[in-house]
Design a protein around this ligand. Sequence first.
Ligand SMILES: *Cc1c(COP(=O)(O)O)cnc(C)c1O
Length: 386
Amino acid sequence: MKHEHVPRPLQLDTLALHATAGAPAGSAPVAPPIVLSTTFERNPDGSPPSGHYYSRAGNPNRDAYERCLAALEGATDAAAFSSGLAATIALLQTLSPGDHVVFPQEVYFGTANAVREVAVPWGIQATFCDTTDPDAIRSELRPSTRLIWIETPSNPMLSVTDIAASAVVAREVGALLVCDNTWPTPILTRPLEHGADFVVHSSSKYIGGHGDVIGGIVAVGPTLHAQEAFRRLRTLQTAGGAVPSPFDCWLLHRGLKTLAVRVRAQSDSALRVANFLVAHPGVSAVLYPGLEDAPGHEAAARQMSAFGGMFSFQVRVGRDASLAVASRLRLFTHATSLGSVESLIEHRASIEGPGTSTPDTLLRVSVGLESADDLLEDLIQALDGL
Ligand SMILES: *Cc1c(COP(=O)(O)O)cnc(C)c1O
C-alpha cells in the first residue's frame, strides 16, 4: 500500500514568518524593502506589471501585511485600514441606510462612539445588548438585522462572548457575524473557525505590538455571503481611501512576525499576576477569564488557547486609592491603549467620563514583556502603600 504524505499545516509561529515568502530567487532582501512610490510604471500595452498602479489601490507592503494576517486568521483575504475605527466604519458602510446591527453592551468605547457619531447619523440602526447571552442577541433580531458584532473578552470588564453560539444566532436570520479580535489576536483565538464571517482588529494594539503605529484590518471567511460583502469592503478601502502608509504596513507586518511569542509570554505573565492579585487584601475583584472561577472561564477555554495579556482589577478602598495605585506603579505606565511591549495601566472610568458604567475603582492592565517577578514586586509596593 502506498502512503501519500499529506503535509501538516504550518503552525502559526511559522506562518507569521513565511506566509508571504515567494520573492524571486537571487539576491532578494530577506527583510522586505519599504516601497514608498505612489505610482508604478506600466507595461508598453498599458497593463500594470506588478499588479500595482497606484498606492491607494494597492502597495507591495500592504499586500504582504494583508496576506500574512489572512494566513494567521485562516481567512481567504484581509483589507488593511488606517485605524481600527476606520476598519470598523468601512465594514458598517458595506451595509445600507436602514440596516440593523446588534452590538455588545460592553463594546470598545471608541466603537460605541463611532456607531453613535458616524454610523447612526448615516442611517444605520444600532441596538446594544448583553452578547454573553445568545438569547439576549436573539431577542434583538429584526427582519433588517444584517450584522451581529461581538468582541471578546470585553473591554474593560473581560466578559466572554461565545463565538460559536453567536454564529448560530446569526445564521438563523442570515446575518453576518463580525468578531473584534483585537484582544486575543489569532494566536489565542481564530474566530472564523468558530463560525464568524469577519474578524476586525485594531492593529494599533498587539499586532503592531510596540505602541508606535495606528492601524486596523478586516479578515474574511469563505462563505459566499461574506465574500460578497468583502468585495464591497475592498471597494470602500480604495474608493474611501482610509489606507495605511507603506511604512505603517511594514511595521505592522514586522509586528506579526513576533506576535506569537509576545502574546504567549504576556498571557503567562498576566495569569501569574492576576492569580497574585486575587489573594491580595487590597483588591476586591480581579476580572480575568483565565481564573478558574471567572464567569466566562468555560466559554473562554473553548475558544482561546490561553487567556491573554489583559485583565482588570478593583481596588478595595475606592476611586482615589485606585488612581493612587496607578500613579505609584513604576513599571506600569499610567496611559491608555494596550498590547504593547511595555506594561500599561489605566483608570477607565476617568477616560470614559460621566455616564460610564465602568466601576470607578477599576484599573485595566495590559501586561507587557517585563519579567513577571518585577511586575509583581511593583504591584506589591504600590498596593502596600495604601
Ligand atoms: C483600540 C481598539 C479599537 C479601535 O482601534 P483604533 O486603532 O484605536 O482606531 C477597536 N476595538 C478594540 C477592542 C480596541 O482595543
